[in-house]
Design a protein around this ligand. Structure first.
Ligand SMILES: Nc1ncnc2c1ncn2[C@@H]1O[C@H](COP(=O)(O)OP(=O)(O)O)[C@@H](O)[C@H]1O
Ligand SMILES: [Mg+2]
Length: 371
């Protein structure tokens, strides 16, 4: 059990900055997911927490203790990699017990911990098999078992499901989350897959280009993305971003989109150039809607449809029911619910602070006011 604090953590490789001054607190018992595209600095951040990479500057605190200069094995943290290295000629039991044998723990204690971990992971029947012949999923469980038996202060996982096929990943996501609920150990989990992050995280830390863009609950990163990048990276299809005519005045209650007035939550600041962000499910097909467009593609997904609509503002994606009968070629009108639109500064890409944002902060965390 532990709290991890990153304070102005910075990592350069030669001239290249892989991680910019990062500040992050992973509270005791939380399941925190670092999410971002390949190359954004997730692994480097995790390796610094583990003690496998020294930061160029900044500090890492575990339970208030500065561990920045400590080696990996002095940190009491378990690291589960994507390319987990098991010993193929050894049994599952011995693979799981391996880190404990190195620590000189009594045999009876080792046996008890291995049995408990195997029970939790439902691999008791495999304990005497060699790992060489196991399926990917079972090997993943063994790798997790090897981390669990150490009773570490925290778990770090770097895309641990990356090599598994889609169905199995979904199952393992559920199992990992159940495991976390049972162990309640502080976990930092790295993935580039937003669905994995949304399904498992207490908090999602969205990264891009070595920087943390937002750190919040899945609910908040989805409904109140801090930047245009976050709104585009999270959600499938992504949030629509539409250019606002002229800028936005502080306190304005409506903006103009290609000549059409659209009411918006009042913003506290102004922006010379702005974008309106709206999720595909918050665009309403409305014959009286002043925003007009033509459906150029419809993707039927069984429970719902995604319409791709060409408008004067560019292409928009709209989520509608499965029985709307809207197909490619239809002319449609659209409107948005006022409290479902967000305004962004087009130059910085940042969310303009406003009324809706304020409510989100007050009601933040899962189960907040805006679902
Ligand atoms: N040892 C290294 N030497 C030089 N560049 C590195 C090294 N490790 C990582 N990088 C670079 O740092 C950036 C972030 O890498 P990484 O943390 O592995 O990203 P991610 O895990 O998000 O895909 C990448 O551009 C990568 O090429
Ligand atoms: Mg990586």
């Amino acid at each position: 059990m532990s709290t991890i604090v990153l304070s102005n953590l910075h990592k350069r490789f030669g001239d290249f900055t892989a991680v910019h001054d990062t500040n992050l607190t992973v509270s005791n018992g939380r399941f925190v997911v670092l999410l971002g595209p390949s190359g954004c600095g997730k692994t480097t951040t995790l390796r610094m927490i583990a003690g496998l990479e020294l930061p160029t500057s900044g500090q890492i605190l575990i339970d208030g203790e500065d561990v920045t200069g400590l080696r990996a094995r002095q940190r009491d943290i378990a690291f589960v990699f994507q390319m987990f290295a098991l010993y193929p000629h050894m049994t599952v039991r011995n693979n799981i017990a391996f880190p404990l044998k190195n620590e000189g723990i009594a045999r009876r204690e080792i046996a008890a911990r291995v049995d408990a971990a195997a029970h939790m992971l439902r691999i008791e029947s495999l304990l005497d098999r060699k790992t060489g012949g196991l399926s990917g999923g079972d090997r993943q469980r063994v790798a997790l078992g090897r981390a669990i038996v150490r009773h570490p202060k925290a778990f770090l996982m770097d895309e641990p499901l990356g090599t598994l096929d889609a169905d199995f990943r979904e199952l393992m996501c559920l199992e990992l989350r159940k495991l976390h609920n049972a162990l309640n150990a502080t976990t930092v989990y790295v993935t580039h897959d937003q669905r994995e992050a949304m399904a498992m995280a207490d908090d999602i830390v969205v990264m891009s280009g070595g920087e943390v863009l937002q750190s919040a609950s899945p609910h908040e990163v989805y409904h109140f993305p801090a930047t245009v990048f976050v709104g585009s990276f999270i959600g499938s299809p992504p949030m629509n971003f539409l250019a606002v005519d002229g800028g936005v005045e502080a306190g304005a209650e409506s903006v103009s989109l290609s000549g059409v007035a659209v009411s918006v939550p009042r913003t506290a600041t102004s922006a010379a150039k702005a974008l309106l962000g709206v999720r595909p499910e918050h665009v309403v097909i409305d014959e009286r809607g002043a925003l007009r467009g033509r459906v150029i593609a419809d993707e039927y997904l069984g429970s719902h449809q995604i319409l791709v609509v060409e408008t004067a503002l560019g292409v928009m994606r709209v989520r509608v029911g499965k029985d709307e009968g809207l197909v490619a070629g239809s002319q449609v009108g659209m409107s948005f619910a006022k409290e479902r639109t967000l305004l962004y500064d087009a130059s910085s890409g940042k969310l303009l602070p406003g009324a809706a944002r304020q409510m989100a902060v007050n009601g933040s965390g899962n189960g907040g006011a805006y679902v």
